[in-house]
Design a protein around this ligand. Sequence first.
Ligand code: PAF
Length: 258
Amino acid sequence: MVPTMGALHEGHLSLVRVCRAHCDRVVVSIFVNPSQFAPGEDFERYPRTLESDIAALETVGVDAVLAPSPADMYGPGFSTVVQPAKVAQTLEGQFRPSHYQGVTTVVAKLLNLARADVAVFGQKDYQQLAVIRQMVHELNMPTEILMGTTFRDPDGLAMSSRNRYLTAEERQRALVISRALFACRHRVGQGEQDARELATNLMQELIDGGLDSIDYAVIADGQTLESLDQIRTGAVALVAGYIGKTRLIDNVLLDPTS
Ligand code: PAF
């Protein structure tokens, strides 16, 4: 299964290809999940493009599309939730406190509906992957979780359904996020080990490059997402911030041996 919220782009299609390489049958879900949006976030505005999504999925070949309505997923009196693990409390969890509970609950439901042996999620939502891996492990769910690498436009911008909110000028400024992350990875490649120093540089480049506000810019452990003092295997650099009214996130893996 490849769970999505629709508004599909090449990044999603690449997740479908990863899934196909591992599975006989592929189900893609398209569901803009209300419970992972807080009041005031972009739930109403989130792009809903079911017809073109299905057309795109036909080009890569999927066996079924699951596109439930909110009423299908959350019937009257629905009240069960999956409390996410501790890794959900930091970073996104600090800025979107109810978000991951909405994600874990809906992902558990979707994986159960599809009886999924394998589910593929994008690296772009790195913390989401960590939260889902922990849920599957701790709740003994029989689904193997795979990560698909982040797909980028040729200029570096990580593909996201939310990129379509950006004006041309904002999109240009948004490039600072990937530029700063790549520079951080480059410094690690050059031998920089001091994660505090790297995080300070990352933050400064985002400010200098015109990100309108920064929720976080950190170097963290790849599993716990706790901030690091020193680079180590599995370290990841993660950024969240605003260009205008649009909140964007991105990350790169930092391999000290590269
Ligand atoms: O990554 C997403 O698009 C969503 O968070 C997911 C995993 C489909 C759950 O609604």
